[in-house]
Design a protein around this ligand. Sequence first.
Ligand code: HEM
Length: 127
Amino acid sequence: MSAEQQTLFERVGGEQKIEEFIHEFYDRVLADPELKSFFKNTSMDKIRRMQREFFSAALDGPITYSGRPLSHIHHGRGITQNHFALYVGHLLDTLQDQGINEQDVQAIISRINTYVNNITGDIGSAG
Ligand code: HEM
């Protein structure tokens, strides 16, 4: 199969690679003074596990996300667009440091950016 025919999930290196980058990504999120307090009462093992599923599904992998809708999880926590931008910034740095090719990095970031309203609650409770 040529690179164009593969899913993003396959191109980045499948579940193993996603597990690695989620780990590294949350180390960065938790080291950010503007973000870490959001996670102080949360099981990071659970988030990492659910994020492995979420990202695998979002990158068209053969996995179904079994968690709650993103809006239910995130609304009411006071997450602003600025927090969201910081969070996605850490994701970008992580993906680049993990050696994922730039075109795939940009494709992943655009997909994740489409969830901004589900996370910050700017629009209703869709998703
Ligand atoms: C597109 C970006 C994001 C995605 C895809 C995402 C996804 C997720 C997922 C899959 C979970 C676990 C769900 C579960 O336990 O069932 C979760 C939990 C959580 N997320 Fe996010 N998230 C995003 C952005 C953010 C941001 C920007 C913040 C805060 C700055 C945040 C804070 C949290 C917190 C605090 C929890 C734990 C909730 C709890 O303890 O029940 N998330 N997120």
